[in-house]
Design a protein around this ligand. Structure first.
Ligand code: NAD
Ligand code: IPM
Ligand code: MN
Length: 369
């Protein structure tokens, strides 16, 4: 039988630096755990634009459709800020999500005990935090029509449309309920049903799915603005948060700071199960290309490494190996090995991206002893 395939798209800025560490870990699994992957690397974002004049070449899109899983670093950067909108680096990522139909974006936010003092919130508010944001990823205001910049009465008007069909809400709601059953069995759905018709429909469909098939899961609703406030007031009240594309984008960056750093947050973007029972999948850190620290070896690779752990769990049925990797990351942080984003002013010198990779590999080796 052939090995499972991994398409690696490092992208831009720190995407390339953090993915270099993930590649070492992928190799470790092949060498030490007999988990061999057929790895192919390709371009996305600004790197693809530089080579091909497009942020995602059709050949790369086709490879992503065929791969058992895609790992992506990050896209974007100031060098590409003035490009035409249609070829901006972010369009490459959005095309991957849309064409692979990756509607369920899982963004777990866990506060490891070793990092509880690095959150901008007090330790007792975040320690032990373990929440899962399920963000709808292929619809809503990111993709709704009409969209564009138009002339109207002698001035320009910018338009994006928040649009959700029942089917789109139904399927992502099911993903959230399924996840909740494997966690603490609670879902809070967030929208703005007080001011948006799309929010009213969202709430009705979530209620209907719940009543029909998931009545055993505890469900409640919150307006998304209150949800943002609750996320910083008392984040441990949540188990699974279900929300739309734009609210999910904002709420998940917010949740990142509960964990200590944006450099800690992984994500999995999943489609419907295919014939082989597995979903199409793309794994990426929640953070971006971090132009302010790119090229300096300062980036925290943990979010990208933990995204590979999610791939082991959700694409390759290797839950125990995913836990091994997550434990290795926690161990290293507990030992005080930290990149600069996890340092306090009077701390010792931070380690580099590659040294963080070294430490995690050493912890993986130690896990076999
Ligand atoms: P960003 O996430 O790149 O950076 C925000 C802040 O967090 C910066 O100060 C950065 O240094 C820090 N940071 C982020 N990741 C870090 C890590 N791993 N280690 C240490 N510090 C880290 O967001 P931004 O600055 O708003 O966006 C920069 C570019 O990235 C933009 O072009 C944006 O569109 C793009 N972006 C891409 C993705 C993605 O590819 N999924 C996500 C977000 C932003
Ligand atoms: C994210 C990013 C993306 C988004 C951008 C880069 C397209 O912010 O993955 O959170 O807005 O979804
Ligand atoms: Mn974002």
């Amino acid at each position: 039988m052939s090995n499972p395939s991994l398409l690696i798209l490092p992208g831009d800025g720190i995407g390339q630096e953090v993915m270099a560490q993930v590649r070492r870990i992928v190799e470790w699994y092949g060498d030490k755990r007999g988990l061999k992957f057929d790895v192919e690397e390709d371009l996305v974002g600004g790197a693809a634009y530089d080579a091909h004049g497009t942020p995602l070449h059709d050949d790369t899109m086709a490879k992503a459709q065929e791969a058992d899983a895609v790992l992506l670093g990050a896209v974007g950067g100031p060098a590409y800020d003035d490009l035409d909108f249609s070829v901006k680096p972010e369009r490459g990522l959005l095309r991957l999500r849309k064409e692979m139909d990756l509607f369920a974006n899982l963004r777990p936010a866990q506060c490891f005990d070793a990092l509880a003092d690095f959150s901008s919130l007090k330790r007792d508010i975040v320690s032990g935090l373990d929440i899962m944001i399920v963000r709808e990823l292929t619809s809503g205001s990111y993709f709704g029509e009409p969209r564009g910049i138009f002339e109207e009465n002698g001035q320009r008007v910018g338009i994006n449309t928040q649009r959700y069909t029942e089917a789109e809400i139904d399927r992502v709601a099911r993903s959230a309920f399924e996840l909740a059953r494997r966690r603490n069995n609670r879902v809070v759905s967030m929208e703005k049903a007080n001011v948006m018709e799309s929010g009213i429909l969202w709430r009705e469909v979530v209620e209907a799915v719940h009543k029909a098939d998931y009545a055993d899961v505890e469900l409640s609703h919150m307006y998304a603005d209150n949800g943002a406030m609750q996320l910083v007031r008392a984040p441990k009240q949540f188990d699974v948060i279900l929300t739309d594309n734009l609210f999910g984008d904002i709420l998940s960056d917010c949740a990142a700071m509960l964990t200590g750093s944006l450099g800690m947050l992984p994500s999995a973007s999943l489609g419907a199960p295919m014939e082989n029972g597995r979903p199409k999948a793309l794994y990426e850190p929640v953070h971006g290309s971090a132009p302010d620290i790119a090229g300096q070896g300062k980036a925290n690779p943990c979010a990208c490494i933990l995204s590979f752990a999610m791939a082991l769990r959700y694409s390759f049925d290797q839950g125990d190996e995913a836990t091994r990797l997550e434990t290795a990351v926690q161990q290293v942080l507990a030992d005080g090995v930290r990149t600069g984003d996890l340092m306090q002013a009077d701390d010792a010198q931070p380690v580099s991206t590659a040294q963080m990779g070294d430490a995690i590999l050493a912890a993986l080796d130690a896990s076999l002893a």
